[in-house]
Design a protein around this ligand. Structure first.
Ligand SMILES: [Zn+2]
Length: 368
């Protein structure tokens, strides 16, 4: 039922359209046409306006009144370099000429969803109500998903196609994540003439850093200071220092407590030295855990079993639109589409994986 040539052509068409985050207009227009041709009701939401982008999330609805509502989603934006993408088909693999990413993250997901829709239409397959969302600005903080008013559409569950790995892999856990800048403000003074008049921001930071928890904190929690910037000249007492901090945990409570404890330590340390501190560290997205015995996983397993595809449920260390939809109350899995070496110019995707993914989606839609 899957038309491999059609799927590959659609994928190649889409990756050739440059779509950095917040500049998804052209690929958005392409997808609006495809969804309309397939008979879906198409809506573009306000996510573009809300985030200063040139395109909103593209939503397509394939009605099936009275039936369950299932969300299928992938994101339209790609990371840089992506100004000009020249895909090369080499045997069963699609790669680039080495000057850009491929954008299989996440157009591989989009291509599989579109092929699924085409197969449903061609074969008159009975289906649940299908809500397709092609989101914007995933790569720069899940902005499209955050702006998407999922409550308007009320899906019962969702499948997000945005993980690397072989089809059959489902991400069932992802962490809550916080990040931001911590700035310690000391006081400048001439280092040789009047150092006693200054407060060295680095000294203050060092004292705090020896007290806060960094690295692996427990099985499901980590934290890190990744960059440090401070000082302007060797003969000036360092007036301020900026540190980029991040922390992640599968437990929202653990993360909140860790952040509170970290901030308290900075607060009390700067007081000790008569310095000040500022922080914009905040939780950027919520984590999720889908339990192994949930109906959603059962549904995915059933579809994979029919095709003889092995199912692997895995945790993820990062975030995707899946985090946002789960936190908005719609149980969602993040499925692997076969994209590899994403976010590099060596990115590639195996054609068979996209084909397998489309087959799995068709089985999901068919139900029992
Ligand atoms: Zn992605």
């Amino acid at each position: 039922m899957i038309n491999e040539q059609r799927l590959v052509e659609n994928f190649l068409d889409m990756v050739k359209i440059s779509s950095p985050s917040l500049k998804e207009r052209e690929v958005g227009d392409y997808l609006i046409n495809v969804l309309r041709e397939l008979g879906l009701e198409v809506i573009e939401d306000n996510a573009g306006k809300m985030n200063n982008g040139n395109c909103g999330n593209i939503i397509g609805i394939l009605k099936s009144p009275g039936k369950k509502k299932v969300l299928f989603s992938a994101h339209m934006d790609t990371v840089s370099p992506c100004d000009k993408i020249t895909p090369i088909v080499e045997g069963r693999v699609i790669k680039t000429d080495g000057t850009s990413v491929l954008g299989g993250d996440d157009k591989g997901g989009i291509a599989s969803i579109i092929e699924m829709l085409r197969v449903i239409k061609e074969n008159n397959i009975e289906h649940p109500e299908i809500i397709v969302v092609f989101s914007i600005a995933e790569e720069i903080g899940l902005l499209g998903a955050k702006s998407f008013e999922i409550e308007k559409y009320q899906p019962d569950c969702g499948f997000i196609l945005d993980s690397s790995g072989k089809p059959g892999v489902a991400i069932v856990k992802a962490p809550y994540a916080a990040k931001g800048k911590i700035t310690i403000i000391g006081k400048p003074a001439h280092a040789g003439i009047s150092p006693e008049n200054g407060i060295n921001a680095l000294t203050v930071a060092a004292h705090a850093i020896t007290k806060i928890k960094l690295g692996r904190i427990d099985k499901e929690t980590t934290s890190n200071i990744g960059t440090v910037k401070g000082g302007s000249a060797v003969n000036i007492v360092m007036p301020s220092i900026e540190m980029m901090y991040e922390a992640r945990s599968l437990s929202g409570d653990t993360l909140k407590n860790l952040l509170a404890e970290t901030m308290e330590i900075f607060e009390s340390t700067v007081k000790e030295f008569g310095a000040e501190f500022k922080s914009d560290v905040e939780i950027g997205y919520d984590g999720f855990i889908i339990s192994e015995d949930s109906p959603l996983i059962a549904e995915f397993k059933r579809a994979c079993d029919k095709l003889g595809v092995e199912v692997k449920t895995l945790p993820s260390g990062g975030g995707s639109d899946t985090n946002v939809y789960n936190s908005k109350g719609v149980p969602c899995l993040n499925l692997a589409v076969g994209m590899s070496k994403v976010h590099t110019t060596e990115e590639f995707i195996v054609i068979d994986d996209m084909v397998d993914m489309a087959k799995i989606l068709v089985e999901i839609v068919k139900g029992n």
